[in-house]
Design a protein around this ligand. Structure first.
Ligand code: KMH
Ligand code: ZN
Length: 327
């Protein structure tokens, strides 16, 4: 479902991720304070949604519930923004670690990845031969062996937690097969429509990040999900993919995502100095194409049925999790 070609855009900023390595860019925020600062700056630059992963202070990807709570407290106490918490985590994390953030903070949105796949940045090792730490070196050395594990059992378990907590799943679609999985999950009742979907382009293991790839997935999403398709957004990796695909998505009336999780460059020659740098470019594109930026309230009004059901609890003041009482 497009909101209309002049409708407000829900712009997500993916501020840190679990795949990019701190040695690749000094701009990647790792400590709680840095992630909070970058998130606030991204919101001030125009992002309606902040997508979070957690990292230990040295930058190592983490599934620590405590870190998610600290980050969310810092962001929520400073700005009214919609939060999306990753359950993709990073390669090698257990299912328990991956769902911990969503359980701890009950965000508006949590990511739900729909299939086991290869998952690599494009030949990272040859592009970034030098890293500063042993843990980053181990990640580079594991290139070629990475499996992003999302079994049907895991997907059902995560979805059940989302339903219980009143969190809207954002379905991460890296290929057409994930739309078939979404259809299956809707038909068996694991998911309820209309679903929020993010097309993810340019991960090695999924589709490439060409405009044709976007149009192929866009058409397939509409065909396979039909009236069950709710808000549709796009994330694309690398430069210029992030902006090129973002521009097409904006033209189609879709949401889009930028941020250092997906791309470290602001131009071919220059690294982004912050997440806000990337958000400001996306805002320029939105302005050129006549799309206003969605407020947090507008994004919340389009969240899925589980969020709306939990809203009754929130309105009655019965919620106790941070995400419920924290706004
Ligand atoms: N790293 C992105 C390409 C998640 O966090 O669950 C996909 C992503 C998924 O953001
Ligand atoms: Zn992510």
């Amino acid at each position: 479902m497009a909101r209309g070609r002049y409708g407000p855009i829900g712009l997500t900023c993916a501020v840190t991720g679990g795949d990019v390595l701190p040695s690749q860019s000094r701009a990647i925020p790792c400590s709680v304070d840095a992630i909070v600062r970058e998130s606030i700056a991204a919101v001030d630059a125009g992002a309606s949604i902040v997508h979070l992963h957690a990292r230990e202070p040295d930058g190592r990807p983490s599934g620590s519930a405590a870190l998610f709570v600290e980050m969310v407290q810092g962001i929520r106490s400073a700005r009214d923004t919609v939060l999306s918490i990753s359950t993709g985590g990073a390669p090698g994390m257990s299912a328990e670690e991956r769902i911990a953030g969503v359980q701890a903070v009950r965000p508006e949105i949590g990511t739900l990845n729909l299939g086991t796949m290869n998952y690599e940045g494009y030949p990272t090792k040859s592009r970034w031969p030098l890293v500063n730490t042993d843990w980053e070196q181990r990640i580079l050395d594991s290139s070629g062996q990475v499996v992003f594990r999302n079994t049907l059992g895991m997907i059902r378990d995560f979805a059940a937690e989302f339903r219980r907590l009143g969190v809207t799943p954002e379905l991460e679609v890296y290929d057409v097969s994930h739309l078939a999985m979404a259809r299956f999950l809707l038909d068996e009742g694991t998911l309820e429509g209309p679903v929020r979907v993010q097309l993810v382009l340019g991960v090695l293991g999924g589709v490439q990040n060409g405009t044709e790839d976007l149009m192929m997935l866009y058409q397939a999403a509409n065909r396979i999900l039909g009236p069950d398709l709710g808000v549709l957004g796009v994330a694309s990796t690398g430069y210029p993919g992030q902006f090129r695909i973002g521009a097409v998505a904006l033209g189609l009336g879709l949401d889009c995502r930028v941020g250092l999780e997906d791309s470290l460059r602001i131009t071919r020659e220059k690294q982004a100095s912050s997440n806000a740098d990337l958000v400001l470019r996306a805002v320029e594109l939105a302005q050129l194409l006549g799309r206003p930026l969605a407020t947090a309230g507008e994004v919340r009004s389009e969240l899925g049925p589980w969020w709306r059901a939990a809203d009754v609890v929130r309105t009655l003041g019965l919620g106790s999790a941070m995400g419920v009482t924290g706004r």
